[in-house]
Design a protein around this ligand. Structure first.
Ligand code: GLA
Length: 378
């Protein structure tokens, strides 16, 4: 049996910029999905999800032509199809999937499943890290049907201990950004996932593409919002409907904020880092319109708590988590106050996660360290 781990992520800043080929600054978490794999000789791929307590299986020969089932298995089958298409051999196997990344929390449980399942299916066949991230993203776009950017799969593969990665979603290169030792990061889960998230995400990608078309009337060299400067956007704004201009403004200013955040982080300007996170949230709320009352409440409450430098929604939006930047040592009080306030307002206890930047995906050699649970499906 071999075991492969792939982490979830929290994005510090740079939201809804990845599919616009801009910049993001995520960290990989120590919350992760583990896929254990054992060879079998019955010609099937069988997968057991501990969370769902469901066992599913398909003849290997059918994998390439399966249609989406619109459930968790799509992440596994989608990845298998991409691997087959790329020329990899998928052998009959039994997989056991166990994840500590809470589903629907905006911490990228799906990318963690995709990447760990891909590694388990590959069973040690050589693959370049970038190729792995790209195949998993394609599985999500083509099979699962969410036209996502590369951020989640990329950070799950490339994550670094004790550092964030500034990813250039066009060149697909990254820069390792160590964070000041004086801060800690806590994610707070609203415990809510609004139905709107998937359809609104697709709508935003279309709105951004339409904004690019409008800007191109002024500057035909522009091929994505990544290329748009603020003066160019100001010039193009009268050529677009107000909503489209606001979407573009979010992306253009958010790309800029990623760079400013990195500079502030390097200069240990903690206040500025926090301020940029709040600006990002405001932009996501008003210009991009992907926040929710629960997220806004968590951000507003957080910034009023002692030791909190900044807070913002993280991930796709419409629920999921906020990411909070705190002075080291302020965590305990923060957790208490946020929980009280959120419970008082929404009647729900928010889950909270210490976000320690952890390493990207790979095989787990020390299998005893994985929390024990069910055995492999037979
Ligand atoms: C989701 C997508 C990512 C990214 C974020 C928003 O998590 O999977 O690719 O677009 O939303 O930044």
């Amino acid at each position: 049996m071999r075991v492969f781990r792939a982490p979830g992520r929290v994005n510090l800043i740079g939201e809804h910029t990845d599919y616009n080929l801009g910049f993001v600054l995520p960290i990989a978490l120590d919350l992760a999905c583990f896929s254990a794999a054992a060879d079998s000789d019955d010609g099937f791929l069988r997968v057991y999800s501990e969370e769902k307590r469901q066992l599913r299986g398909w003849p290997i020969a059918d994998l390439a032509r399966l249609a989406p089932a619109h459930d968790w298995t799509d992440y596994v089958v989608g990845v298998a199809q991409e691997l087959i298409r790329a020329g990899y051999l998928i052998q009959p196997k039994r997989l056991l999937v166990r994840s500590s990344v809470p589903e629907g929390s905006g911490l990228s449980s799906s990318a963690a499943l995709e990447v760990s399942a891909a590694l388990a299916l590959l069973g040690g066949q050589d693959i370049a890290s970038l190729r792995l991230a790209e195949l998993c993203q394609r599985a999500e776009t083509c099979f699962v049907g969410l036209p996502c950017g590369i951020m989640d799969q990329y950070i799950s593969v490339f994550g670094r201990e004790n550092a964030a990665l500034k990813i250039d979603c066009r060149s697909l290169e990254n820069e390792v950004i160590s964070l000041p030792g004086e801060v800690e990061i806590i994610a707070v889960n609203t415990m809510i996932k609004h139905e709107l998230s998937q359809s609104a995400y697709v709508e935003r990608t279309h709105e951004c593409a339409a904004a690019v078309d409008a800007v191109r009337r002024l500057d035909p060299t522009v091929s994505s919002l990544r290329d748009v400067t603020i003066p160019l956007l100001d010039q193009a704004t009268p050529l677009m409907p107000d909503v489209m201009a606001r979407r573009a403004r979010h992306v253009v200013t958010e790309n800029q904020r990623v760079g400013l955040f990195v500079t502030a982080s390097r200069g240990k300007d903690l206040e500025r880092m926090g301020q940029l996170m709040v600006e990002s949230h405001v932009s996501l709320l008003h210009d991009y319109e992907v926040s929710s009352p629960e997220l806004d409440f968590l951000v507003d409450t957080a910034v009023g708590i002692d030791g909190v430098l900044g807070a913002r929604m993280t991930g796709g939006g419409f629920g999921g988590c906020t990411v909070n930047l705190l002075r080291r040592g302020a965590g305990e009080r923060f957790r208490y106050e946020i929980a009280q306030a959120y419970k008082g307002r929404f009647g729900l206890m928010p889950q909270m996660f210490n976000c320690r930047p952890s390493q990207g995906a790979g095989e787990v050699k020390n299998v005893e360290k994985i929390p024990s649970g069910a055995a492999l499906p037979s």
